[in-house]
Each structure stands twice: as structure tokens, then as C-alpha cells.
Design a protein around this ligand. Structure first.
Ligand SMILES: [Zn+2]
Length: 336
């Protein structure tokens, strides 16, 4: 297996402010996880490129992108209570959005079996018109939109602990992109209800699994086996994109879910069945406990490389099975 990893020192230059949990040390933890799993020699590093205005316009209003460019160039500041930019933030954000585009090009050229974007700022909260929730541009949506425009059938699975409201909004009425989110409920940003299943031609192409705190890995795996996997097959998915946030880790300070590094590896392994080799791309989203982030990254990238690395045992027995059953029922109704 060949794994392409997009990384760049400029991602560390995005500064969201002193004491902010979405901090440059997160990428140092990602690198530590790769080193501790012994994966550096096995993977292929790729330099990202900056997404262009036209590429960003597939997912965002041009006025939003222009406003972010101006704000960052002027030195930046707060966008809302949790989201801020500095003078180097827009360069990092354009690279974070372009990293996935570069990896798609490489994967399409046959250079690898899967890709991982080790990027920040994260993206899944950014809507078409608004940056929020530590996210400036929606990295996964920019790539999904490019693939859909190229005729691909895309499935996005978002296992970050928070609902991927931005990604959902961008594709809510778009039947080309199946969006499935597993997230803690209630939790920021408050969206992602069971009954939100898409609209118009996109009816049935959004799946929300709002899980209670302390949900464990077995619930996630059941959701993939019983709901997300069959839905992706019915969708005719040709590409798998994963919003791989690791803040559902049980040690995360911002959330209450109960996963471990082995759970993230197992769920990611299950998701690989949704699209063929060379059509699988993961994006780092959240993850705020540095050890949890390091262990989870090592375990997941190990799984993508067929290297067994399980620094923590998998979990089971937590709540949430009823939510998976209810989400499946809502999805079936929306597709009927
Ligand atoms: Zn998150």
C-alpha cells in the first residue's frame, strides 16, 4: 500500500490566538504519531499547492474568499468567538484547501492507494458563506465539489466529534455527494439532527448520527456496517473522503465521546470498503488532546499502510445503538 501525506511547515503559521485549542502543536502531535508508529519510511510526502479562487468558488462565495484575503492581509483578528485569523492564516487556509486537490491529482495519476491531508486550519464547519468553528475554508468540500464536477460520485464520512455543518450545508441539496456525519449530541454547533436528511434533489443524501456522550467504537462500526456502507453502495460511490477529526477520542478536552486510537483505525479500515484503492482521501479536522491525536494518527495511518499499530485497545459497550437504528430508519424514509 502506498500512502501519500500532504504536509507543510506553513500550516503552523496560522495563529488562532494565545491559548486557542486549535494550535500549531497539533501538527507536531501528528508528526509524533507518525514517528511513534514507525511509518515515516513507509509513506510518501507531498507538498500541497494553494487552492485558486476558481477552485474555492466551487464550495464558497467569492465574496467570502475575497473578504478573508483582505482581513488576513490587514493583520487579521477575530471572526467570531472561536475563530480568528492572523497575517499568515489565509496562506495556510488556501494550502489546506489545495492539499486535497493536489493529492487527488496524484492519486488519479496512480501514485498511491490513499492520501492524508495533515493540515490546519480544519475545514468542516466553514459554510459556503461563513467561516466558523476554527475553520476558514472547507477543505473537504472544495475537493468533493471538484470531484463531483468531474463526474465522480462522492461519499464524505465525517467522524469528527462535532457535526460537519459546513459540509452538510454546501451539499444539502446536491445528489452527487453523500454526506454522513457521526457526532456527539448535543454539542457545538448544534446542527446535525436525525431528521436532517437532505433537501430537493439531495433528499436522502445527508445522513446524521447524533450520538450521546460516552458512545464507543462498536457503535461507530455498526453505523458503518448497517447504514453508511449500504448507503454509499446505493449512492454508487466512486470516491471516499473522510473528515478525520480525532476529537471523539476519550481524552479530548472539548468533547465527551469514548473512542480510542484503535477505534479510529478500525472504523477507517471499515470505510476503505466504500471506494477502491486510489480513491480514498482523509482530511485532518479536530483533535485537541495531543497524545490522543498522536496515537490516533499513528493508528489510522498505520491502517492505511497495512501496518499494525494499536497503542490503545478498541472500545465497546457504550450507548448509541438506538441512535444508529433511528438514523437508518430516517435514511430509509428519505430514500423511499
Ligand atoms: Zn471537532
Amino acid at each position: 500500500m502506498t500512502l501519500l501525506v500532504a504536509s507543510d511547515p506553513r500550516f503552523a503559521e496560522h495563529d488562532a490566538g494565545r491559548g486557542h485549542p486549535e494550535r500549531p502543536a497539533r501538527l507536531e502531535a501528528v508528526e509524533r504519531g507518525i514517528a511513534e508508529a514507525g511509518l515515516e519510511e513507509a509513506l510518501v510526502r507531498v507538498a500541497p499547492r494553494a487552492a485558486t479562487d476558481d477552485e474555492l468558488a466551487r464550495a464558497h462565495g467569492r465574496d467570502l474568499v475575497a473578504a478573508l484575503d483582505r482581513f488576513s492581509a490587514a493583520g487579521g483578528g477575530s471572526i467570531d468567538a472561536d475563530t480568528a485569523m492572523g497575517p499568515r492564516s489565509m496562506e495556510a487556509a488556501r494550502l489546506a484547501a489545495g492539499a486535497g486537490l493536489e493529492l487527488v491529482d496524484r492519486l488519479r495519476a496512480g501514485e498511491g492507494d490513499a492520501g492524508f491531508c495533515a493540515v490546519r486550519p480544519p475545514g468542516h464547519h466553514a459554510t459556503s458563506q461563513r467561516s466558523m468553528g476554527f475553520c476558514l475554508l472547507n477543505n473537504v468540500a472544495v475537493v468533493a465539489a471538484a470531484l463531483a464536477d468531474a463526474g465522480e460520485r462522492v461519499v464524505i464520512v465525517d467522524y469528527d466529534a462535532h457535526h460537519g455543518n459546513g459540509t452538510e450545508q454546501i451539499f444539502y441539496d446536491d445528489p452527487r455527494v453523500l454526506f454522513a456525519s457521526l457526532h456527539e449530541w448535543p454539542l457545538y454547533p448544534g446542527t446535525g439532527a436525525l431528521g436532517d436528511t437532505g433537501a430537493g434533489e439531495g433528499r436522502g443524501s445527508t445522513i446524521n448520527v447524533p450520538l450521546p456522550a460516552r458512545a464507543t467504537g462498536d457503535v461507530y462500526r455498526d453505523a458503518v456496517a448497517d447504514l453508511i456502507g449500504p448507503a454509499a453502495e446505493a449512492h454508487g460511490a466512486t470516491w471516499l473522503l473522510v473528515s478525520a477529526g480525532f476529537d471523539a477520542h476519550r481524552a479530548d478536552p472539548l468533547t465527551g465521546l469514548g473512542l480510542t486510537a484503535a477505534d479510529f483505525a478500525d472504523v477507517t479500515g471499515d470505510l476503505l470498503a466504500l471506494a477502491p484503492p486510489g480513491r480514498r482521501l482523509l482530511f485532518l479536522e479536530g483533535g485537541y488532546d495531543l497524545d490522543g491525536l498522536a496515537h490516533s494518527t499513528g493508528a489510522v495511518l498505520g491502517r492505511l499502510l497495512d501496518v499494525e499499530h494499536r497503542p490503545e485497545a478498541p472500545t465497546s459497550g457504550g450507548p448509541g445503538a438506538d441512535v444508529v437504528a433511528a438514523a437508518r430508519s430516517r435514511h430509509d424514509q428519505a430514500c423511499a
